[in-house]
Design a protein around this ligand. Structure first.
Ligand code: SAH
Length: 232
């Protein structure tokens, strides 16, 4: 089973969206597990201090290495990959998601304030992962994004008829457009929109070809970076 462990100063934020819909049902069905560790429980003073001012001066506070280390030592097993959610990390991609989803166990550390003391990152040789080039106020949303994307790939989480190989980013392509009933949709301003004829033709090979062409067109226009790495 895929087990995730989250170290955070805000355990009440979980399971949050991970407790709903696909990932929530999968959690209930025990297709994956979630353990929460409150870093503050490992503070050793009466005020439960978890952060302090940075050496060298400057704005903000830094999470203390001794406290975070005790939290980690309370739980990590040597088979666990320790991930620090961090804007400096390598960007999460579908390729990395697949790799992470194949692990037995992940330990995710959520930063707050200015982040962690560098020594703890070095000592535990943490893998730093970012969810994109913007700054969040904490790693918790990052941990949720990472886990949500992993959990949907686990066996039994999505229905059998769902195939991930046609989703965006597979084979460096974005997904083709979808349509559903009604076949003719009248927008509030009276405009009439039909479904592309091909999709109601019942001709599976042509539909497949049309979808591929749509995917290629979209990718070429929107994501030249993916398009450059695409091999038909
Ligand atoms: N001072 C840091 C930002 C700290 S934001 C810097 O400039 O790099 C506080 C915490 O939020 C970080 O420690 C990290 O755990 C989390 N965080 C912020 N942005 C993130 C992102 N893009 N991806 C993953 N985690 C992020």
């Amino acid at each position: 089973m895929f087990s995730a462990r989250i170290l955070t100063l805000f355990p009440d934020m979980f399971p949050g969206c991970l407790g709903q819909s696909l990932s929530g049902r999968a959690l209930e069905k025990k297709l994956w597990s979630l353990e929460l560790i409150n870093i503050r429980d490992f503070a050793d003073d009466a005020h439960k201090t978890v952060d302090d001012t940075p050496f060298g001066g400057g704005a903000g506070m830094v999470m203390k290495p001794d406290v975070v280390s005790r939290a980690l030592e309370s739980c990590t097993s040597n088979k666990s990959r320790i991930i620090f959610l961090s804007p400096r990390g390598k960007t999460l991609t579908q390729e990395l998601v697949k790799e992470l989803a194949s692990e037995q166990e992940l330990t995710l550390l959520c930063g707050r304030y200015e982040g962690l003391d560098q020594r703890i990152i070095d000592h535990y040789q943490m893998e730093e992962i970012s969810i994109g080039d913007y700054i969040l106020s904490g790693g918790e949303l990052g941990a949720m994004v990472l886990l949500d994307s992993c959990v949907r790939l686990l066996d039994g989480v999505m229905g059998n008829d769902h195939t991930v190989d046609e989703e965006s980013f597979e084979n460096n392509l974005l997904e083709y457009p979808h349509y559903t009933r009604p076949a003719v949709w009248i927008a509030p301003d009276g405009s009439e929109y039909n479904v592309p004829d091909i999709l109601t033709s019942g001709h599976h090979a042509n539909i497949k070809q049309w979808r591929l062409e749509q995917s290629e067109q979209l990718t070429k226009n929107r994501r030249p970076d993916l398009w450059d790495n695409y091999t038909p």
